[in-house]
Design a protein around this ligand. Structure first.
Ligand SMILES: [Zn+2]
Length: 163
């Protein structure tokens, strides 16, 4: 959570923006339908609450509610938005050897299931293990954090655009 705060620069944001990101970090926005579905009394109610309001897909009934919005929803606006954002990922300037190893790998993780965690600076253990596979012993933690912080700030734009 402290890395996420750094990525989002929470301490220097105005109250309104800070609340926006804090809400995203706790993922309330897209858990509303998921949680309220537990209280649905009939399976039809439950199905309605979990059906994507943009594309009417039933994908959201699975556990990958966030993945649906972030990676899978075929709605034309979301699809176009993702395509534009992917182009930005491809164009990210890679200068150092560390960046050339890390950034393409992180971009791949962002496009994989649970990629939204990375954009929020809330990596899960599988993602962290995967990241470790492209590091070498001479990489310093300061250099790694600097690259991650810089790239993560561009990923925040992805979260903002899609959500
Ligand atoms: Zn959808």
């Amino acid at each position: 959570m402290s890395f996420a705060s750094k990525v989002l620069d929470l301490s220097s944001l105005p109250q309104g923006s800070r609340s926006h990101y804090e809400k995203l970090l706790h993922e309330r926005h897209w858990t509303v339908g998921h949680n309220s579905s537990k209280e649905a009394t009939t399976s039809l109610d439950r199905q309605t609450l979990l059906t994507c309001s943009l594309c009417s897909s039933t994908d959201r009934r699975a556990d990958d509610t966030y993945d649906h919005v972030f990676r899978l929803c075929p709605h034309s606006l979301l699809h176009k938005c993702r395509t534009d954002l992917n182009r930005q990922l491809d164009q990210y300037q890679l200068t150092t050897d560390l960046e050339k190893r890390l950034i393409p790998h992180i971009a791949q993780l962002v496009l994989s299931p649970d990629g939204h965690h990375i954009c929020l600076g809330k990596w899960n253990s599988v993602q962290l293990t995967s990241l470790a596979s492209v590091l070498i012993p001479t990489d310093t933690s300061e250099a790694i954090e600097a690259v991650l912080l810089d790239f993560s700030r561009t990923l925040v734009l992805r979260i903002d655009a899609l959500w």
